[in-house]
Design a binder for this molecule. Structure first.
Ligand code: HEC
Ligand code: HEC
Ligand code: HEC
Ligand code: HEC
Ligand code: HEC
Length: 369
């Protein structure tokens, strides 16, 4: 439950302002959410702010014709005027009324009501909040809702995560091959879905007008931003076996542990015996797409060439042939590369330090009895 504290409503603000909702103005009343959003990959989804996106686009055959095919999801507000500089904005999500399902790529249906935003809040599922000032019988005035916009809490898709699926569900190339998919199962359940995992409630008020204890995290935890926030959805287990030991990886996400085909997940184990550290075999997990059995760029791909990626909800057992002694410790590290180190050079990204780094998602020590 939210602890609410009503403070005096901002008096003058913005009511007279322009007819079209303006994203910059959201910061005035939602500063914490706006600052988190600045760090998110949604904000940085353009070729100007995302080097990985740019690197792939630079190789795309449509680039020569300047036919930017990625706009639909990466720069949904692009017009000739703003030249694809603007990534995803607050309004791109909060005005989604519906998601139409299509074979090639789903489609977001945006509401025409410019200043009515859809959102979700427990206990308000049936409310549509229109801004108004009310005077109580003892003469005090207070406000209901936001002076800048109305809020519609009744859109079911904001409670299941389905509103994420216009962009995240899948994308087919011209060969009718899906280059990336996120299972729909994660956008069905009201208790656990894309929103509850990737936008967890954290401390800090959602608005400065009406204080709340918590708000939904708008940095969107993922592979590139705050992956540690998601570490609790992956469990590591350890068991001695006849030949050595087994490590179990339990992916509690309802989709592949990594959804983008550029990623490489790795499991590393180190044997610690006394003061001696021995690195054991590294196991890699990938989903490589391509054609005729060879990896290729996504627009050429017709098949999955190789996949041992950890699947949705899968418990994967990885065996190590290393005999253990009592008193040994095994350090297990699960992490990933944003871009497969094998293709960094091909994409001209070899000098990007952060992309060469291995990101740790979870690490744990196990002691041998
Ligand atoms: C004048 C201050 C003000 C401005 C500017 C403003 N908001 Fe709000 N907003 C509020 C208040 C106050 C609430 C809480 C209303 C309530 O709880 O009844 C709110 C609530 C919301 C909610 C729903 C919160 C929930 O409880 O789930 C969303 C979504 C939202 N605002 C988005 C935006 C966006 C996007 C912008 C910029 C286009 C924006 N707001 C600009 C004051 C403002
Ligand atoms: C249907 C929506 C959609 C379209 C169209 C789309 N993308 Fe994406 N893209 C996504 C989503 C969603 C992600 C987030 C990662 C994931 O789930 O695979 C993403 C991630 C990426 C990434 C990984 C970025 C990173 O953070 O490492 C690259 C590279 C990329 N897209 C390139 C492209 C290019 C190039 C085009 C146009 C030719 C394009 N995308 C068109 C939805 C789309
Ligand atoms: C139970 C929690 C959970 C749910 C529900 C969930 N995810 Fe995830 N998601 C994860 C975990 C764990 C990872 C992997 C760790 C990471 O990316 O840092 C992840 C990774 C991702 C990534 C980054 C993958 C990549 O290759 O870059 C995207 C995008 C994503 N999820 C989108 C979604 C969408 C969309 C939904 C709803 C359909 C969803 N997730 C539902 C836990 C969840
Ligand atoms: C990628 C989609 C997406 C984008 C972009 C986005 N939001 Fe949200 N926002 C959501 C969802 C989904 C919720 C509902 C979370 C929940 O269930 O509590 C939400 C909740 C909110 C809330 C209520 C928070 C709470 O916990 O009560 C406010 C306020 C809000 N958003 C404002 C904004 C502002 C301002 C921006 C831009 C700076 C923005 N949002 C960008 C999807 C988005
Ligand atoms: C308008 C299209 C759009 C919508 C709607 C959308 N996303 Fe995304 N999302 C993207 C794109 C494009 C990317 C990849 C940006 C990049 O890396 O360049 C992305 C990336 C992500 C990532 C990866 C971040 C990282 O650090 O790797 C997560 C997690 C994510 N989205 C979650 C969500 C959730 C949860 C929702 C619904 C509340 C949602 N998205 C709605 C387009 C969208």
């Amino acid at each position: 439950m939210k602890t609410l504290l009503y403070i005096l409503a901002l008096s003058s603000l913005l009511f007279a302002s322009a007819d079209k909702a303006d994203t910059a103005s959201c910061r005035k009343c939602h500063p914490t959410i706006a600052s988190e959003f600045e760090t998110s990959m949604h904000k940085k989804s353009t070729i100007y702010d995302d080097k990985v996106h740019k690197a792939i686009w630079d190789k795309h055959p449509a680039k020569a014709k300047d036919n930017y095919k990625c706009a639909k999801c990466h720069t949904p507000n692009a017009t000739a005027k703003n030249e694809k500089h603007e990534g995803i904005t607050c309004l791109n999500c909060h005005t989604i009324i519906d998601v139409e399902k299509h074979e090639k790529v789903n489609k977001n249906i945006y509401s025409k009501k410019d200043k009515t935003f859809y959102s979700a809040e427990k206990g308000r599922e049936t409310q549509k909040v229109i801004y108004k000032t009310i005077t109580t019988w003892w003469g005090k005035t207070t406000t209901v809702g936001s002076a800048y916009h109305d809020i519609d809490y009744t859109n079911e898709k904001f409670y299941t995560g389905e509103m994420c699926m216009g962009c995240h569900s899948h994308k087919q190339n011209s060969h009718k091959f899906s280059v990336c998919t996120t299972d729909e199962a994660g956008a069905k359940d009201k208790k656990e879905n894309c929103i509850t995992c990737h936008m967890p409630k954290i401390l800090g008020t959602a608005t400065t007008v009406r204080l709340s204890e918590k708000h939904a995290y708008h940095g969107f935890a993922g592979a590139r931003v705050e992956p540690r926030m998601l570490a609790k959805y992956v469990e590591l287990g350890f068991k001695k076996s006849a030949k050595g030991f087994d490590i179990t990886l339990h992916n509690k996400a309802p989709h592949d542990l990594m959804t983008h085909p550029l990623r490489v997940v790795q499991l590393k184990a180190t044997l610690i015996r006394g003061t001696k550290h021995t690195a054991l075999k590294t196991h890699s997990f990938v989903k490589v797409i391509g054609t005729k059995g060879k990896p290729s760029m996504p627009w050429l791909a017709t098949e999955v060439v190789k996949s041992n990626m950890i699947k949705a909800n899968e418990k994967r057992v990885v065996a190590f042939d290393q005999a253990l002694q009592s008193g040994d410790k095994v350090e297990v590290v699960l992490g990933f590369y944003i871009v497969n180190p094998k293709v960094l050079k091909k994409l001209n990204l070899q000098d990007e330090k952060e992309l060469r780094e291995f990101t740790i998602l979870k690490s744990q020590y196990f002691s041998v009895e």
